[in-house]
Ligand binder design. Structure first.
Ligand SMILES: [Zn+2]
Length: 403
């Protein structure tokens, strides 16, 4: 295929995923449209496909109002929270220590400062879940406040480029919650001990989601697993995070349409990297629990194709021969370089199981992971993508996989 054709294709795939499909958050109809689209395209290139189904809730945000006798405060509904209409005394805590003090049952609890510095991991999230987070969640569930108000700052590494960020984002946690900026929080602080009223309109909608697994080559045991998450955060077109990853899989699917090698190639459009319960990843782990040792290598694409800087391939525990092959391939492409290691991606599922992996991203993204303000926001749209880089990555992976 001509390079110009690949460029046109990547652009049209990107438009489909980021503009024609309204949103790709797990549980939504848009998410199901995206997985159906991926399945149809990849099977047209001669790949065997499997749709792995799981339950997932979508979420409808109707807004929230917080007021006292004489003031109104700007608050946002925590994603996937239950709604509420409550009036109660406000109590507060700024540390785990303080959280054990107030009698919070039948009160509205205000969390601010130290305790609200980073997003709490969802209670059923197994890959990374600090003890302190689990302790906070457990105190809250035992204390049973009527609702929780969180004042948060910026934390790009864990919450993407959003301010304020939702301290709680967990469809398995059933105490209604809202969040606000640190500045609003400072205005609210004098109202601790007084009565406030919180109304939050929020709805959980049960639905389904799918991983799409596509396979090619001889089914002889050893396999190379190439992954990219197809879901996006609610409220973002998710161009860099991670439509470009999915586009790389589709281009690569076409470039490999005549592949007949001995090793099975498995491509997975993972569904859930940006969703509280990571359901697609959990399902994949479950389905592969006895077969992980068959995996020779994982290549995961996330955050690729940013318009500035080079594409970055980072290596995790690669056997010498694979690392040499990878470096040989990188040398052939001007726009690709070896990048720094990072852990907030699906390659971690494989590295945590002791498997070698390559993470494909943008230099810009991995170097600014703690400070960037683009991912998980509306700014993550087609405008910031360079499709030439997306094509280059697919071409490099085509050579690497065939080696
Ligand atoms: Zn991502």
């Amino acid at each position: 295929m001509e390079p110009g054709q690949l460029y046109q294709k990547s652009l049209s795939y990107l438009k489909k995923l980021c503009e024609e499909i309204p949103e790709r958050c797990v549980g939504s109809e848009g998410n199901r449209m995206a997985t159906r689209f991926f399945e149809k395209e990849i099977s047209s290139f001669g790949w065997d496909t499997e749709m792995q189904e799981f339950d997932a809730i979508d979420w409808e945000d109707g807004g929230a109002i917080l007021r006292s006798d004489d003031e109104r405060f700007e608050v946002f509904v925590s994603p996937y929270s239950l709604g509420c209409a409550v009036e109660a005394q406000l109590v507060s805590a700024s540390s785990v220590q303080e959280l054990t003090q107030p009698e919070m049952s039948a009160k509205i609890l205000f969390l601010y400062g130290e305790i609200a510095k980073e997003q709490l991991m969802p209670k059923n999230f197994v890959f990374y879940n600090p003890e302190e987070h689990q302790q906070i969640i457990s105190i809250l569930e035992k204390g049973r406040p009527k609702a929780i108000i969180c004042a948060t700052g910026r934390n790009a590494a864990l919450a993407g480029g959003v301010y304020p960020f939702p301290l709680i984002e967990d469809g398995d946690f059933d105490i209604p919650s809202v969040y606000m900026t640190e500045d609003e929080g400072r205005r609210l602080l004098p109202y601790v001990g007084k009565t406030v009223e919180l109304q939050s309109i929020s709805k959980r909608i049960p639905g389904k989601g799918y991983n799409v697994v596509a396979r090619k080559g001889k089914h002889l045991g050893e396999r190379i697993v190439i992954t990219a998450h197809i879901d996006a955060k609610k409220g973002t077109p998710g161009a860099i995070d991670n439509a470009t990853g999915v586009v790389v899989l589709l281009l690569l699917g076409e470039l490999l349409n005549n592949y007949e090698g001995d090793r099975l190639i498995e491509m997975v459009a993972f569904n859930g990297e940006d969703y509280y319960a990571v359901p697609g990843q959990m399902l994949y782990l479950f389905k592969n629990q006895d077969r992980f040792n068959e995996i020779l290598l994982n290549i995961n694409i996330d955050g690729a194709g940013y318009k500035e800087g080079k594409s970055a391939f980072s290596f995790y525990g690669l056997p010498e021969e694979i690392e040499k092959n990878a470096n040989d391939v990188l040398c052939k492409f001007n726009g690709i370089t070896e990048g720094v290691q990072w852990s907030q991606g699906d390659h971690s599922i494989f590295t945590q199981n002791g498997l070698p992996a390559i993470a494909v991203s943008s230099e810009w993204f991995t170097e600014n992971i703690d400070s960037q303000e683009i991912t998980h926001t509306p700014k993550d749209n087609i405008e910031i993508v360079d499709c030439q880089k997306v094509v280059e990555i697919a071409e490099a992976l085509n050579i690497l996989v065939r080696k």
